[in-house]
Design a protein around this ligand. Sequence first.
Ligand SMILES: C[S@@+](CC[C@H](N)C(=O)[O-])C[C@H]1O[C@@H](n2cnc3c(N)ncnc32)[C@H](O)[C@@H]1O
Length: 496
Amino acid sequence: MKPVVAPQEPLDLTGPALNLLAWRIPDLVTYQQADDEYWFAPLDDSLPLVRLNMTGVEMLRAMNGHTTVAVLLERYGDTICGPDGQPGRWHLERWATPHYSLCYYGTEPPGGHRHTAKWDLLLQQIREGWSGQDGFEGEHHLEEFHVHELTRSPEDDEHFDVIETTVSHLFREPTDALHNLTYGRLLMRQLRKLGWFNPKPRVMLEVGGGLGYVARELGKELLPFERQSITYISLDITHPFLKLQTKRAKEGGWGGIGTRANAEALPFQDNSVDLVIDNENMADMTPVKLTRQELLTNKGETEQHQDALDWIRRLRLPIDATTPDDVIFNLGPIRFVAELWRVLKPGGHAFLTEFGIEDGWPAPVKLPGHTEYEVQYSHLRQAVRWLGFQERYLPLPQFLAMKPDTKVLCTGAAYTIQRFCQAMHKPFAIRAYTEKELQQALGDLLPRLHGCHYHDVADPAWFGLLDFKVLLLEKPGGAPKAQFTENKGYRWYSQK
Ligand SMILES: C[S@@+](CC[C@H](N)C(=O)[O-])C[C@H]1O[C@@H](n2cnc3c(N)ncnc32)[C@H](O)[C@@H]1O
């Protein structure tokens, strides 16, 4: 679903606006279409590409933090700046609006630091506009979004390219960054190393599988005889996603069973599942906003609030006079882990990953058309321990043993390249590309692109991978396992 963005009026460049300084946004990616034609992508992808000639490019270059709007208007205002025929003034009136975000006008760069201008402030402004509402968006918003708004079968990758890009989506093809494996294959290797396939699970449940790539790749990593006798179930709240999940699960060699349900109330019997995989789904589960009054009196205004307060009391989360006037609590993820405790067999396991925080209370995270909520991991870990799970907790890059300094293409650059390719009717997938992989994907197009820039995979400026945590759960009580170490192909069993 594409967000409806309110139209923005062009800026009025008269009076005090003339004295403002202009900064072009850093790291702009450009495509040189012809000798005198360069393409730029406005941030709002419902706007057409901006096509500039050399004069237009010069005007953009002149936005270096030392040139005023008045000077730009004087130099370029009446000159045609591109093949679409608009003069400089037309561009100057639009480029600094959040929808274009090609430049910024001010007395100081955004964020106030000359050399480290905080362009994310502008992006934040735009994100707020996407959802049409500030902050918390209600307790039923996420369920409604998944059940009622995502009703159209996704045109394959579109939803996860445009609306919510996930880590597993970025790494759905083999990549250097993951030792030439896909995310799903590497995940299966790590689960095996943990001993979770010894003995083999009989019932595996994937919750919130998105477009089904993880199911496919997990299956491919196993040999046919290893998959045999494992029932793989995909469960999702969003009906149209389930079709792709079961299709791709079949491609991975699984039976392809899908069930539509909310993971906060799993439709399975107690002690019936061996292994659960939940990738980037908990931030989509029910948030509850509680007032300090409710927290201090332990009396909820609704049944749902009371449920949240009961959990907070059980988990002994610290509530005192310093608690803010209202707080957001991850009720959905806590209900989910309680359901995991119920449905997992003794000895059963769960792999959960999502972005989150360890201190304070969760904040809303704006995405096009919907708002998600950080997972508060110290609360969640307290809940799983209270339930009785044995748990391990670590950052996702560490769990996957990623090389933190692998250089990957900036995701913003990937979106821009996708827009250029769309205009040329060429396919281009949003993925995590190393330079070599981008060269393979783009071939002759690459030399015509300027401004492609790379980040260390672990750099917060790339995708904030370190904010993604892994929670590994084991329900105690399984059959004891033989303990052995392996050395040069020999297994040494311990007597203990
Ligand atoms: C951000 S996507 C992640 C998709 C996929 N696992 C990946 O890594 O790309 C969240 C997925 O969880 C599903 N989902 C969201 N809330 C859910 C809920 N309460 N119960 C079950 N599935 C849910 C969505 O439909 C979607 O498939």
